[in-house]
Design a protein around this ligand. Structure first.
Ligand code: ADP
Ligand code: ASP
Ligand code: MG
Length: 443
């Protein structure tokens, strides 16, 4: 069997949903399992609804309602099945009730956000059935068991594998195509959770891992994994093949086309991943495989903005043992994940994706080191197998940056020889990506 995940734009209009039906028909012999995101922008709208004042509330609610009613009317017009209308109406009622409550906890936010994926999966399952493919909507709450980190929950492998197999395998045996909600799961107690923004890619990979899929397909709105974000670099091109390691680094360092955690389950179960374009299904896309190895290349350049840079300085560090362990223990205790690290005899610099839980950690750290927190920085990462072995690679990078008067605040060269990351001012991120892409990527 294969898992095919369709993102927000892929389910946003009738024409794209018809493409999903065609793709599913073509792949039917491979026993496809479909995973879908909420309709494009719906998760953003639900988040906005939760914080809207009474003036904006009705307006945003109307937009969510229109996104779905326009979609089903576009798909079926007057022939829209009653059950679909009723499902959307009842989901909208729940949305209104939950979002209307003042002071929502993270758990309540997840109970609100899940409706985006519930509605899109219901519509897609119905579209498949009406196009002659036996299909059923499946809520990932019945498959993916997570911890209680609402908003960015992590799946529990053993429990998830058991539940997913138990629910999905009988459907596949009966020739039914399951249409599973991306982005959501449930705790052991059955409370809905979400697994982080853009998490439907990760859902697909978790489900592929749980079922031992032959392939995981990520259908999106571009022709594959590009040499840079095509919104930043117009000349960027899709890559035909990348290695598991390259894809993991690119996802972790900002290539939005793959959620940062997507590659982990795929690597664990050795499942190839393909990135394909629903808007251009004939394009070959990008293959991500384990046995792909390249001798020294820069595959792609990615970037992240609004990261937080923490500089820690202490002369106690000089020749002392266990100092770094003490520092990292504080981050771990506060559930903070570190991206880049740079160490000297008396200082440590780390970068973080955001400043969640940070105040507490900094208060503890400041008891034994001096601490400076700097915002307004970004990371530009050059990623490729064997990157550090490219002759004069650092000289080439710094010659380009020098010409553009781009100042590097921190640099990280992974010993794994796959990633060179530069910390620079947020406002210079796009310029840096463009200049390095123009100068270093051979198209
Ligand atoms: P989906 O809704 O299908 O999950 P996303 O918006 O999450 O789609 O991801 C696709 C988008 O990722 C593309 O439209 C593109 O703008 C962006 N992107 C960023 N970096 C890259 C990259 N290196 N290659 C391809 N797309 C990228
Ligand atoms: N709908 C969710 C989001 O917008 C998940 C996804 O699109 O992958 O974050
Ligand atoms: Mg996405």
């Amino acid at each position: 069997m294969i898992v095919a995940k369709f993102g927000g734009k892929s389910v946003a209009n009738a024409s794209n949903i018809k493409t999903i039906c065609r793709i599913t028909k073509q792949e039917i012999k491979k026993h496809p399992v479909i995973v879908v995101s909420a309709v494009s922008q719906v998760t953003n709208m639900l988040l906005a609804l939760a914080v809207a004042d009474s003036n904006d509330f009705n307006n945003i609610f109307r937009q969510i309602e229109n996104a779905h009613f326009n979609l089903i009317s576009d798909l079926w017009g007057k022939k829209t099945p009653e059950n679909v209308k009723m499902y959307i109406a009842s989901s909208l009622d729940s949305i209104k009730t939950i979002a209307g409550k003042i002071d929502k906890t993270k758990a309540e936010m997840d109970r609100l956000l899940m409706h985006g994926e519930m509605m899109s999966s219901y519509i897609v399952a119905c579209a498949l059935s009406l196009s002659g493919i036996k299909s059923e909507q499946v809520s990932a709450m019945d498959l993916i068991v997570t911890d209680e980190e609402f908003g960015s929950a992590e799946f529990i492998p053993q429990l998830t594998v058991k539940k997913t197999k138990k629910t999905i395998e009988p459907l596949l045996k009966k020739g039914i195509v399951p249409v599973i909600t991306g982005f959501i799961g449930a705790t052991e107690k059955g409370e809905p959770t979400t697994i982080g923004r853009g998490g439907s890619d990760y859902s697909a990979s978790i489900i592929g891992y749980s079922l031992g899929a032959k392939e995981i397909q990520i259908w999106t709105d571009v022709d594959g994994l590009f040499t840079a974000d095509p919104r930043i670099v117009q000349t960027a091109k899709p890559l035909s093949e990348v290695s598991f390691k390259e894809a993991s680094e690119l996802a972790a360092f900002g290539a939005k086309v793959l959620h940062s955690r997507t590659m982990r389950p795929a690597i664990k179960a050795n499942i190839p991943v393909k990135i394909l374009n629903t808007l251009n299904p004939k394009s070959p896309g990008t293959k991500i495989k384990v046995d792909t190895s390249f001798s020294s290349r820069i595959a792609a350049i990615t970037s992240k903005k609004k990261i937080v840079l923490i500089n820690l300085y202490s002369t106690e560090m000089l020749l002392s043992k266990g100092f770094l362990a003490r520092i990292f223990a504080v981050f771990e205790k506060n559930n903070i994940s570190i991206d880049l690290v740079s160490v000297s005899e008396v200082s440590v610099s780390v970068t973080l994706d955001n400043d969640e839980n940070l105040n507490n950690a900094l208060a503890v750290l400041s008891k034994f080191t001096s601490v400076a927190k700097i915002s307004d920085f970004g990371i530009v990462s050059l990623v490729g197998e064997g990157i550090v072995k490219i002759p004069h690679v650092m000289k080439k990078i710094f010659t380009i940056l020098d010409k553009q008067k781009i100042f590097v605040k921190m640099i990280s060269l992974g010993a794994t020889d796959i990633n060179i990351s530069l910390v620079i001012e947020s406002s210079k991120v796009e310029k840096t990506v463009r200049s390095l892409h123009d100068g270093l990527i051979k198209l």
